[in-house]
Design a protein around this ligand. Structure first.
Ligand SMILES: *Cc1c(COP(=O)(O)O)cnc(C)c1O
Length: 383
């Protein structure tokens, strides 16, 4: 095929474009780590933790090996385990509930709001009632800031405080996003994020962090990430994990954090352009007033079984799409035996059949985006 009939395929997330922009700075940062060779908890780790906390306004950041471990470390620090219930959405990446199961507690699934893809606060009280009816102790809630959009913290906090729940915000997709003028990392009792390469702030491997204002929790998290150490490495006062952020990844992240505000602005412009080009023809994502998304995904909704036709039409034009998430957690083999809160999860079930995410990253240029918008419009008009 020549270029006229088949334009070059578009990447879903172009990690290489950012690499080109950062090239020399990253190489120099990596070379510094290779020179001092303190690969585990080297000086860049502490420096990055300070910068990460300052970036979002949290008092402390504790880095670790992944976003999943970050969630798990907080649950461990809280002593959450068998007999406890943790409320979380069903429409999320599996890690949100996986960590609850891993510590031996019970996830109780709640529904989301169809307009925001985030937890529906009205469902928190009923889910707590479900947990109690099953003889479980409701201990925590994990709101998720899905696709980069902050959860509705005012209503989540009101509902969670009324039930005495610890609030652990899973901001793996949304670090850098803003709720009512403040960045995520300061809402609830602790926030976690992920530096998986495809997340808005990604590194060159796996990584994660916990943000909190609680110094006592910081001490426990730092112990847990190194096998539950006490006064020294060979004094073990609790059962922990091996979960550090590599010094090399911290060095990469220090450089990436410098251009992150600029990338967030670019993502916002690209999302606005998608909305302009598509909103008359399909359901586009909205930012409720007071919220600024970092657009980890640009997820539109196509109803009436037309989604697969759209995906196939785009694929034929070299445009990749993704379905986040095709099966909500309450229907997954590993999680379907866990309870669903009173009130059900009808919206999660419906949206799983409608969502489709378009290519989205800070380096998506206007010409490429126009190609995507044109292809979506043609496909939807046809079918
Ligand atoms: C990516 C993700 C995680 C897990 O992060 P990892 O760093 O891949 O372990 C957790 N929760 C959500 C919502 C995510 O999108």
């Amino acid at each position: 095929m020549n270029q006229r009939t088949a334009p070059p395929p578009i990447p879903f997330i172009d990690v290489a474009a950012q690499r080109r922009r950062l090239g020399d700075a990253i190489d120099a940062a990596v070379a510094r780590v290779l020179a001092h060779s303190q690969f585990i908890l080297g000086p860049e780790v502490q420096a990055f933790e300070k910068e990460l906390a300052a970036f979002c306004g949290a008092r402390y950041a504790v880095s670790c090996a992944s976003g999943t471990d970050a969630l798990m470390l907080v649950l461990m620090a809280r002593g959450i385990g068998p007999g406890d219930a943790v409320i979380c959405p069903s429409f999320t990446f599996c890690a949100t509930a996986e960590v609850v199961a891993l510590v031996g507690a019970t996830p109780v699934f709640v529904d989301i709001d169809a307009d925001t893809f985030n937890i529906d606060s009205k469902m928190i009280g009923p889910a707590v009632a479900t947990a109690r009816r099953l003889g479980l102790k409701p201990k925590a809630i994990v709101p998720v800031d899905l696709f980069g959009l902050p959860a509705d913290f005012d209503s989540v906090e009101a509902a969670a405080r009324a039930e005495g729940l610890f609030i652990l915000d899973d901001a793996a997709q949304a670090f850098g996003a803003t709720y009512k003028g403040r960045k995520l990392g300061v809402f609830g009792d602790a926030t976690t994020t992920s530096f998986f390469p495809a997340k808005p702030l990604g590194c060159y491997g796996d990584g994660g962090a916990v943000l909190t204002d609680d110094p006592a929790m910081v001490d426990v998290l730092k112990s847990l990430r190194v096998h539950g150490h006490g006064s020294d490495k060979y004094d073990n006062i609790r059962v922990g994990l091996t979960s550090r952020l590599d010094t090399l990844q911290a060095a990469v992240l220090i450089e990436k954090l410098k251009i992150f505000p600029d990338e967030i602005a670019a993502r916002g412009r690209i999302a606005a352009r998608y909305a302009e080009g598509l909103r008359d023809i399909v359901s586009v994502p909205k930012e409720p007033s007071g919220c600024m998304s970092v657009w980890a995904q640009y997820t539109i909704r196509v109803s009436g079984g037309r989604r697969d036709t759209l995906a196939a039409a785009l694929k034929a034009e070299g445009i990749p799409t993704a379905i986040y998430y095709p099966i909500p957690l309450h229907r997954q083999q590993a999680y379907k035996h866990y309870p669903v809160g009173e009130g059900g999860v009808a919206v999660s079930d419906r949206l799983a059949g409608e969502v489709i995410s378009l290519p989205m990253h800070a380096y998506l240029d206007a010409a490429t985006q126009d190609r995507i918008i044109g292809a979506v419009r043609r496909a939807l008009k046809r079918g």
